[in-house]
Ligand binder design. Structure first.
Ligand code: CA
Length: 335
């Protein structure tokens, strides 16, 4: 990671004050010879203090975080804070422009591309810039996610299972400050290349979210995202608490955990997915969580899929049309 980034910007990360500017990620094409992908970025800084990176839109079909981060970019002023807040609200700009998860430019998933490569594709070069230029400057990272077009989640703040009890306690305090109605403690199925893993390996505090999804924004999810990010900034000591953004505390947050693969129901075959529970419902192991219907052979009985674990239905597939290998349901254990 010692090689210099090819990304161009007039951003001065050492300067006090507020800068809202852009990163230019080289992307020459047939229609733009010296073209670039333009990624908005802000730095709001005053003196010494907590240093935080806020990111969203790694997946271009997840909108709740960007909404909250655009508000922070507009409203946070250096006079009303201490330390530094760096905001990259829509990391995957081509994905957001196209309404899709993966970058349509190089077909890479940004959140599987860390730490990145300065000589790589645009997605990989941006991951490298974030890894080498931004992460070393901060103590904590909040990265917003939601279900995107294909999944919907109970609105939750998310942390990973962390082996170090001190780091786990610090992260859980941040999760609680975020103040979503649900809090999820997760073991990632596929942690290689994730921003999450890199930040945690660097010994920094990492919080993420899963705020609804379905390729849309709900009023509730937007409210949770906005209130949550101001709560987090106050908790970290960047700002003073907003009177309308008081964390609800542990009593108001319901804790869930997903320790392993047995909590996921994946589709064994293509078809039309009919779920039998609503998000937030209690499901018992052995109950049918849904059925896959076969449109070409309606004389066949649908395939019933049973829950392997008891718990709360915390995520579900949104489109009924399903391919083999799609995640259909995630049942979380109550903590
Ligand atoms: Ca996501």
């Amino acid at each position: 990671m010692s090689e210099k980034s090819r990304i161009g910007t007039d951003l001065d990360l050492d300067a006090d004050g507020k800068q809202v500017t852009r990163l230019f990620v080289p992307n020459p094409s047939n229609t733009s010879a010296w073209g670039a992908i333009v990624v908005p970025i802000a730095s709001i800084k005053r003196g010494d203090g907590p240093r935080v990176l806020l990111t969203g839109g790694a997946h271009g079909d997840e909108y709740e975080g960007p909404l909250a981060l655009w508000e922070v970019m507009r409203e946070l002023s250096p006079g009303a804070m201490r330390g530094q807040v760096i905001v990259v609200p829509t990391m995957n700009v081509p994905g957001m422009q196209a309404g899709c998860r993966i970058s349509p430019v190089d077909h890479r998933d940004l959140n599987r591309s860390f730490p990145g490569d300065p000589r790589g594709t645009p997605t990989s070069a941006l991951a490298h810039y974030i890894s080498s230029e931004l992460l070393p400057r901060v103590d904590a990272v909040v990265d917003f996610h939601s279900g995107g077009r294909s999944l919907s989640f109970l609105p939750c703040g998310v942390m990973h299972q962390l082996p170090d009890p001190e780091k786990a306690a610090k992260t859980e305090a941040l999760l609680q400050a975020f103040g979503a109605p649900w809090a999820l403690v997760l073991e990632e199925l596929d942690a290689v290349g994730m921003l999450d893993t890199l930040v945690e390996d660097m010994g920094k505090t990492f919080l993420t979210t899963e705020l609804r999804g379905g390729g849309r924004v709900t009023p509730e999810a937007a409210r949770i995202a906005r209130r949550g990010i101001w709560n987090v900034l106050a908790h970290l000591g960047v700002t003073d608490a907003r009177p309308d953004a008081v964390p609800e505390g542990r009593d108001a947050t319901r804790y869930l955990e997903v320790p392993d693969r047995s909590h996921y129901t994946l589709s064994p075959s293509a078809g039309i997915w009919e779920p039998t529970f609503e998000l937030g419902d209690r499901v018992e192991a052995g109950q049918v969580v849904g059925r896959i219907h076969h449109p070409e052979t309606p004389e066949r009985a649908p395939l019933s899929l049973e829950a392997k674990r008891s718990g709360v239905l915390m995520a579900e597939r949104v489109p009924a049309l399903t391919a083999a290998g799609d995640t259909l349901a995630v049942i979380a254990k109550e903590r």
